[in-house]
Design a protein around this ligand. Structure first.
Ligand SMILES: *Cc1c(COP(=O)(O)O)cnc(C)c1O
Length: 219
């Protein structure tokens, strides 16, 4: 079942779109199945759950942390996490940099933008993102790479609204790219799209989708 869904998705999703398999709440055996079917990138949103699964599974997995991350928990995932999707403050970025330095690593980070109309979703507005990117502290950080942006659309059946929100995120990406990362090829990811809206997201410029239930079944 998991193998079949993955192979269908690989045929469906364009080659330049990275698939993050969101395995939260699912057992390590499901992750192993997906790994054996060729999937390498997995996303988790709880620190303890990620640490446990990292211990149980092969080091060949590239772990992405996709949830809201508290600064005091960065230290638990810094030794191994590949990418942190939901960076929404300079404070968090500084802590990631500090912990990555301790482990002689560089951690890829995405700036999370608030694009949904719901208050409950975390994320930066454009101005605060600019404040981070222009701060001297940011410029001096050696152990993080900001490699793109991430966002979540409103949970709604209104397609136009979802498209608008994804367009906003793509816009933020383009403006930030041209202002701050023009000659930096590593700044390239637009992480948007989940099981319910990834097709729209890809049409609106996503190149990284985070899919859970459509691969592993309902949670
Ligand atoms: C759970 C989660 C997903 C995946 O959700 P599905 O609807 O199961 O595909 C994607 N992104 C984030 C941030 C999540 O927390």
């Amino acid at each position: 079942m998991i193998e079949q869904r993955l192979s269908e998705l690989r045929n469906e999703i364009p080659k330049d779109v990275t698939l993050v398999a969101v395995s939260k709440t699912k057992p390590s055996s499901n992750i192993q199945t997906a790994f054996d079917a060729g999937q390498r990138i997995f996303g988790e949103n709880k620190v303890q759950e990620l640490v446990t699964k990292h211990e149980e599974l092969t080091d060949e997995i590239q772990w992405h942390f996709i949830g809201h991350l508290q600064s005091n928990k960065v230290k638990y995932i810094a030794p191994f996490v590949e990418m942190i999707h939901a960076v929404d403050s300079l404070k968090l970025l500084k802590e990631i940099n500090k912990q990555a330095l301790k482990h002689h690593r560089t951690i890829d980070c995405l700036l999370q933008f608030h694009i949904a109309q719901e208050d409950s979703k975390f994320g930066l507005d454009f101005e605060s993102a600019q404040e981070i990117l222009t701060s001297r502290e940011f410029v001096e950080m050696q152990n993080i790479n900001v490699t793109g942006v991430m966002g979540m659309a409103t949970f709604t059946t209104n397609e136009e609204q979802i498209r608008d929100e994804f367009q906003n995120l793509e816009n933020y990406f383009n403006v930030i790219k041209s202002h701050y990362f023009k000659f930096n090829n590593a700044f390239k990811h637009i992480s948007m799209g989940m099981s319910g809206d990834y097709k729209l997201a890809i049409e609106e410029g996503s190149n990284m989708v985070r899919l859970g239930s459509t691969i592993f079944g309902e949670r």
